[in-house]
Design a protein around this ligand. Structure first.
Ligand code: NI
Ligand code: MN
Length: 225
């Protein structure tokens, strides 16, 4: 599988079979994204929560490319009410999709629809695709159950916020990686706006000092996992 980073919390996964998944596709109003939503196709769109910097351009992409949304129940109902296809799930539950297994986890954050109504609980997501495991934490503060998540599904990659203010900062993110113990940590949700400015190289160095590995992905970079 391939993982591509668009900046913020926005990633694209392409499976070995050629299916394309987007996670939190915040592109057109994202000052750091190197691509626009009209350049992308998605078979599946995974949303961690309803905030505008995560729902992003999901509807634009789904309208054009007929994507299936995967999100927690209340957010999935909102997506369905807008006329899109959605697969309703909830935290703690997993499901085998054509691309692999997906399970939602807790996240300590907020969530609402663009209209300001209830969008269910925010979530993180654990993916098992083509023999690789990946945990995208969504927007969250640090919580000790990250250790349990890593024990239940030993992790190859952990994608986690370091930008502080709305989520974990670098100090908390280093502890999160020690708890979940992925082989490689990939920082996200930083430098999109001044209030979430953070140095990913500092995160990488602080992880290295505790014997952990980080990969700082450039905006637009794609790598084979
Ligand atoms: Ni958020
Ligand atoms: Mn956010």
């Amino acid at each position: 599988m391939k993982l591509r980073y668009f900046s913020h919390s926005s990633f694209q996964i392409t499976t070995n079979a050629g299916q394309v998944l987007l996670i939190d596709p915040f592109l057109d109003d994202n000052p750091t994204s190197p691509v626009r939503s009209d350049q992308l196709h998605a078979d599946f769109i995974i949303l961690t929560h309803g905030h505008g910097d995560h729902l992003g351009d999901g509807f634009k992409i789904a309208k054009r490319t007929k994507s299936l949304f995967i999100c927690v129940n209340e957010l999935a109902n909102y997506v369905s009410d807008k006329g899109f296809q959605a697969h309703n799930m909830h935290i703690g539950g997993g499901h085998d999709f054509p691309f692999g297994r997906l399970q939602f986890t807790i996240a300590h954050h907020g969530s609402m629809t663009p209209e300001g109504s209830y969008a269910g609980e925010p979530a993180g997501v654990v993916l098992q695709i083509d023999g690789t495991t990946l945990y995208h934490t969504g927007d969250t503060g640090l919580f000790y159950d990250m250790k349990l998540i890593g024990e239940m599904t030993p992790l190859d990659y952990m994608l986690l916020p370091i930008g502080d203010n709305f989520t974990m900062g670098i100090r908390e993110a280093v502890k999160a990686v020690e708890l979940a113990a992925p082989k490689v940590a990939i920082p996200m949700h930083y430098n999109t706006f001044p209030v979430i400015a953070a140095d990913p190289e500092e995160f990488r160095a602080r992880l290295q000092a505790v014997g952990r590995v980080a990969k700082v992905m450039a905006y637009g970079e794609e790598m084979e996992l």
